[in-house]
Design a protein around this ligand. Structure first.
Ligand code: UT7
Length: 321
């Protein structure tokens, strides 16, 4: 059977790391509050010359190198982002230009923090249907540029970065590698709990991020547990079969609560929120790449990806390495 198989991963972070202590010099907050409520100690903030597309391109190059593929062999580029370089054209076409390739399909998907899951689901469907034989799937964000630095309840939570996976169509056995199942959901009734208060068609400005954190938190744990059960049910695996869970990195307490709900061992959950903070659509591929490069995620492992974000949108994807 034809499956989309992960051939390599890569990631990129801005040059500048910003600790909680440094942030507390400009914002009415403390290292203690941020660590206790979120698990975050550090984030990376884009500086001059660093944009969503430059981070995305760096992550893409690293993923291509890990996969041993040349950019010219890629037939599809999808970038998940809520912070594109420009309203249009897509960040995916900027990445394509930087990689020096032309002709392949390239577009962005917007599902905020679940964007990478939506991108993986789209790429997988296109690969299995024969529309593309290889894909670069990227999550990249510069949320620092849409934060209200006067709002301590949100500005301490986010960071910038990018992660990428290279997928390739392969004819594999039933128990072979590849993406096994992806489930995606949305509920637009909750638009006003996590949003940006501007846009091309309303204010003509970019706007700033607004969030009712406590309500988002409550929905996140319920929705994530449900979609994880749904993907396990669709594939016939139990939570105990998973080698790793790579969750969206919003808050260490959400990761713990979701793991507890599913009866998952804490050691199986990849956590990078402490060093990257919440990088929205970049957080899952960034965490994935960290765990591949430090040797935790290995060939043959069963890996669950999951995320929840503005919209609300949420999703999960199960793959074998
Ligand atoms: O990526 C998309 C999904 N996003 C999420 O999943 C985020 C989900 N939400 C959360 O992670 C948490 O709700 C937060 C981390 C955002 C907030 O934690 P919380 O425990 O829900 O705190 P809270 O918003 O209820 O605020 C508690 C207190 C308030 O003070 P009072 O009213 O109790 O006196 C806030 O004013 O903490 C205060 N506070 C702060 N204090 C110091 C809020 N932000 C800060 C801050 N530093 N940065």
């Amino acid at each position: 059977m034809i499956r989309a198989v992960v051939k390599g991963s890569g990631s990129a972070l801005p040059r500048r790391a910003v600790s909680n202590e440094e942030l507390a010099q400009q914002v009415d907050t403390s290292d203690e509050w941020i660590r206790e409520r979120t698990g975050i100690s550090n984030r990376y903030i884009a500086g001059d010359g660093e944009t969503t597309s430059t981070l995305a391109t760096a992550a893409a190059r690293a993923a291509l190198e890990a996969a041993g593929l040349d950019a010219s062999e890629i037939e599809l580029i999808i970038v998940a982002t809520a912070t594109p370089d420009r309203t249009f054209p897509s960040t995916a076409t900027l990445v394509q230009r930087e990689l020096g390739v032309a002709g392949c399909a390239a577009f962005d998907v917007g599902a905020v923090c679940s964007g990478f899951l939506y991108a993986i689901g789209t790429a997988d469907a296109m690969i299995r249907s024969g529309m593309a034989r290889s894909a670069l799937v990227i999550g990249a964000e510069t949320f620092s540029r849409i934060l209200d630095w006067e709002d301590r309840a949100t500005c301490v939570l986010f960071g910038d970065g990018a992660g990428a996976l290279v997928l390739k169509a392969e004819d594999v056995a039933e128990d072979g590698p590849g993406i096994l199942s992806t489930k995606l959901h949305a509920d637009g009734a909750h638009n006003d709990l996590l949003y940006v208060d501007g846009g091309p068609s309303t204010t003509g400005t970019v706007g700033k991020l607004r969030m009712k954190g406590r309500e988002v938190f409550r929905h996140a744990v319920v929705n994530l547990a449900e979609v994880l059960e749904e993907v396990l049910g669709a594939t016939g695996y139990a939570a105990s079969d998973l080698d790793w869970v790579v969750p969206h990195q919003a808050n260490a307490r959400i990761l713990e609560a979701t793991a507890r709900k599913l009866g998952l061992a804490r050691e199986k959950v990849i956590v990078t929120v402490d060093r990257h903070a919440n990088t929205s659509a970049a957080s899952v591929p960034l965490a994935f790449d960290v765990a591949v490069r430090d040797g935790r995620i290995k060939p043959g492992d069963l890996v669950m990806l999951e995320a929840m974000g503005g919209g609300f949108t949420w999703g999960a994807s199960l793959l074998r390495m």
